[in-house]
Every structure is written in structure tokens, then in C-alpha cells.
Design a protein around this ligand. Structure first.
Ligand SMILES: NC(=O)c1ccc[n+]([C@@H]2O[C@H](COP(=O)([O-])OP(=O)(O)OC[C@H]3O[C@@H](n4cnc5c(N)ncnc54)[C@H](OP(=O)(O)O)[C@@H]3O)[C@@H](O)[C@H]2O)c1
Length: 260
């Protein structure tokens, strides 16, 4: 096979030219990597988060990234985000529900209000954004929705993690399967990605502290935390035609943390 044939084959499978993607939580950490990678693969990316200055900085370096300020827990903001994304090409091909926050690690420190608001952000916001999108899609649209869960949605990582966070991330997996079941015959695919431990604002301090960094290394089959960019391949796979027959699945990218 010649070099150009290989490049054409890969671009046909994994390329995202002409596609519009929405990425929430694109102002930092994993979401920032998802937005730049999808843009590099050819998509126009509508990047959403509350910190507009960060999104504008991202867009300044990436002409195919469109910054949109959005609090995903606000219905008004969610509707405006979807409207803005539809203006690009008249449809949305990829939605990545990535915005999220950690909760308190100690169950007895969780308040009723805090528990509910974490579920609102980490679980319900992605659901409402997904339905706001699918209600607008034309028949035959082959949209891919990717929900970002966590290893804490699959196994307990106590004393790190927390009950509200675990509930939100386990709920994300159930929601993913259910939406895949409801929407599969329309051609809409819904999958979840489960990252292991990555050094971001959310895991602030985990890798800086030798005790917790050692705990990550010891309990991960590959003997290390995730490097920046190591979830991006899973995202491109699930966003692209390479995964056209994959739906309702959980793709774990955790260096073997949950396979012990
Ligand atoms: N890092 C890890 O080890 C790890 C492991 C498993 C799963 N995850 C998951 O990966 C996702 C990204 O986390 P991260 O590690 O990249 O952390 P991060 O750097 O703190 O990013 C969180 C993102 O969510 C956005 N966000 C928070 N609240 C929001 C709201 N109300 N509306 C809109 N955006 C909001 C933040 O943007 P603004 O503050 O600008 O709004 C930020 O862009 C989360 O769902 C997290 O649970 C992370």
C-alpha cells in the first residue's frame, strides 16, 4: 500500500473534515485537549465553558474553534450553545459532555444541596444537552455523543473520590447505555469514555504529593498516571466513522487501573 493510500484510508476512517463538534468543559484539562484534537482532525469545534477568556485564548491559536460562554447547568445557556453550534453547518455531528467537578471525598461531609448540585453538573447537564441536541437533529443524522465518566464510576477509589462524584459518574454510564438504546435506530451513537488518573486542575495536588502519586503508580498496571493527550485517541475514535458500529459502550482509558 502506498503512503498516500494509507493516509487516505486513515483520513477516511478518523478524519472529521466538514463536521461540527461541541465540547463542554473546553477551558482546561482534558476538554481543552479534546477541543484542539478534534480541530486538528478537521472538525469545527464549538468550545464551551464558563471562563470565556480561556476559550478566547484557545480560539486565537485555533481558527476552527468557536468559543461560547456556557454554564452547562443553565437551561438557557444550554439552548444558546446548541443554537450557536447549529449555525455552523446546520447540524451537530459530535457532542462531548465533559464539563465536571469533583465532590467532597468524605460521605459525612456531603450536604444534601451539594450532592444534588454535583449530580446536576456531572450527570443531568449532559443529559439535558444531549436531548436539546437530538430534538433538533434531522432524521438520518449520524451524530456521536460521548459522555466523560471516570474510573470512580466503575470501582471505589476510597479514600479519594467521593459518593456524589461516584454516583454521578456511574449514572453517566447507565444514561449512556439507555440513550444509545433509545436513539440507535435513528443513527445516533452514544458512548462513554472512562479516564483513569490525569494531572489536571481537578486532580490538583494528587500528583504533586508523593504519597498519592505513589498510590496512583502502584495501582496502575502501566505504573504511571495518564499523560496529557492519552484520552484523545479514544475521543477521535468514538467521534469518527472508525467507530460507526460502536454504541452503548464504555471505553476505559486508565492504564489498567480497573483491570486488576
Ligand atoms: N483528571 C482526571 O484524572 C479525570 C479522571 C476521570 C474523569 N475525569 C473527568 O474529566 C472531565 C474533565 O475534567 P478535568 O480533569 O479536565 O478537570 P478540569 O481541568 O478542572 O476541567 C473541568 C472543566 O469543566 C468546566 N466546568 C465546570 N463546571 C462547569 C459548568 N457549570 N459549566 C460549564 N463548564 C464547567 C470547567 O470550565 P469553567 O470553569 O471555565 O466553566 C473546565 O473546563 C470531568 O468530567 C472529570 O470528571 C477527569
Amino acid at each position: 500500500m502506498t503512503e498516500s493510500t494509507t493516509a487516505e484510508l486513515l483520513s477516511g476512517m478518523f478524519g472529521l473534515h466538514g463536521k461540527t463538534a461541541v465540547v463542554t468543559g473546553a477551558s482546561s484539562g482534558l476538554g481543552l485537549g479534546f477541543a484542539t484534537t478534534l480541530a486538528a482532525a478537521g472538525a469545527t469545534v464549538v468550545a464551551a465553558a464558563r471562563r470565556l477568556d480561556r476559550l478566547e485564548q484557545l480560539a486565537a491559536d485555533n481558527p476552527t474553534i468557536i468559543p461560547v460562554q456556557c454554564d452547562v447547568t443553565s437551561d438557557t445557556d444550554r439552548q444558546a450553545l446548541i443554537e450557536r453550534a447549529f449555525k455552523v453547518t446546520g447540524t451537530v455531528d459530535i457532542l462531548i459532555n465533559n464539563a465536571g467537578m469533583p465532590g467532597p471525598p468524605d460521605a459525612e461531609q456531603e450536604t444534601a444541596e451539594g450532592f444534588s448540585s454535583l449530580l446536576d453538573l456531572n450527570l443531568a447537564a449532559g443529559f439535558h444537552l444531549s436531548t436539546a441536541l437530538t430534538r433538533r437533529l434531522d432524521e438520518g443524522a449520524s451524530t456521536s455523543i460521548i459522555n466523560i465518566s471516570s474510573v470512580i464510576g466503575l470501582v471505589s477509589t476510597a479514600p479519594i473520590g467521593g459518593a456524589s462524584y461516584a454516583a454521578s459518574k456511574a449514572g453517566t454510564l447507565g444514561m449512556t447505555r439507555e440513550l444509545a438504546g433509545q436513539w440507535g435506530r435513528r443513527g445516533i451513537r452514544v458512548n462513554a469514555v472512562v479516564p483513569g488518573w490525569f494531572d489536571t486542575d481537578m486532580t490538583d495536588g494528587l500528583f504533586a504529593n508523593e504519597k498519592s502519586a505513589g498510590w496512583v503508580r502502584r495501582n496502575t498496571m502501566l505504573g504511571r498516571g495518564g499523560q496529557p493527550g492519552e484520552v484523545n485517541g479514544a475521543i477521535v475514535f468514538l467521534a469518527s466513522d472508525a467507530s460507526s458500529y460502536v454504541t452503548g459502550q464504555t471505553l476505559v482509558v486508565d492504564g489498567g487501573w480497573t483491570a486488576r
